[in-house]
Design a protein around this ligand. Structure first.
Ligand SMILES: [Zn+2]
Length: 276
């Protein structure tokens, strides 16, 4: 039932009064409190040096995404002693055109291929979220899982697929890219997925995001010393790249050369780099 103007006027002062009461009863942080909070979390406000950024997380949609997108750079960072973990949303169980292949068996094979490839590059661990391949979505559930992993593993550097690449037709690649970046954003906040912050757990701020498979590369890594490792790691994904490693190597060298040409590197990988 619509209220009359009189009724509306009658409730307004009481509602206003209530708001004022709540505000005056809420303690507000003093400047000293705020300064103490800042001092307790110096990393949240200070830029870290390259050496201080020791932990790296690579998020992809499928086994082989990290190697195709950033294998040479990952090998480089591992050689510098950085601790690298992969998080893969799916295990690539639809990655076959053979109607007789069973998705569960393919997933098992591809997880092993991915572990082998990660070992070639010097990656410490691979985490599989085992969402079904081919139909990945950037759901709140996926975002929350990734945010929790970011808070637990505290990466300084995060690699994610660039979801804004024009004509990125693979839906999983778009979804994984968006989910990774949305999770990075959520992981920084006290009040988003706050249920994850029990005990001593705190938000975590990633310092740098490297977006791979991008149209807007503004950062190039020289992979001349690690392109062999990239090829060797990719060769582990036999279900995807076959057994013709010569062809694979030619393809990877051509791609690396094309990326490096404009910036005077023999072989490079290009990224959109975001610093926080
Ligand atoms: Zn993929």
């Amino acid at each position: 039932m619509a209220e009359t103007p009189e009724e509306k006027d009658a409730v307004t002062p009481a509602a206003d009064q209530e708001v004022v009461d709540v505000q005056s009863a809420t303690p507000t942080a003093t400047e000293a409190d705020q300064a103490a909070a800042k001092a307790a979390h110096p990393k949240a406000v200070r830029q870290l040096t390259e050496e201080e950024m020791t932990r790296v997380m690579v998020i992809g949609a499928h086994p082989d995404d990290p190697e195709f997108g950033a294998g040479g750079t990952i090998a480089k960072l591992a050689a510098q002693g950085k601790e690298i973990i992969y998080v893969l949303a799916t295990s690539g169980d639809k990655g076959s055109h053979d109607p007789l292949v069973r998705p569960g068996q393919l997933a098992t094979r591809r997880e092993q291929e991915q572990r082998n490839a990660a070992a070639v590059l010097g990656v410490k661990d691979v985490i599989y979220l085992r969402y079904p391949d081919g139909i990945l979505e950037n759901t709140l559930a996926l975002r929350a899982r990734l945010a929790h992993l970011i808070r637990q593993h505290k990466p300084h550097i995060l690699f994610a697929i660039d979801p804004w690449r024009h004509y990125q037709l693979a839906p999983d690649h778009r979804a994984a890219g968006y989910a990774a970046l949305d999770a990075l954003w959520a992981a920084r906040e006290w009040h988003i997925f706050a249920e994850q912050l029990y005990g001593d757990e705190e938000p975590w701020r990633v310092s740098q995001a490297y977006l791979y498979w991008t149209d807007n590369a503004d950062h190039f890594e020289d992979i001349s010393d690690t392109i062999d490792k990239k090829v060797a790691a990719l060769a582990c994904h036999a279900t995807q790249v076959g057994t013709d490693t010569e062809r694979l190597e030619t393809r990877m060298r051509e791609r690396g050369k094309a990326e490096g040409e404009a910036v005077g590197m023999a072989y490079a990988e290009g990224f959109k780099l975001i610093k926080f």
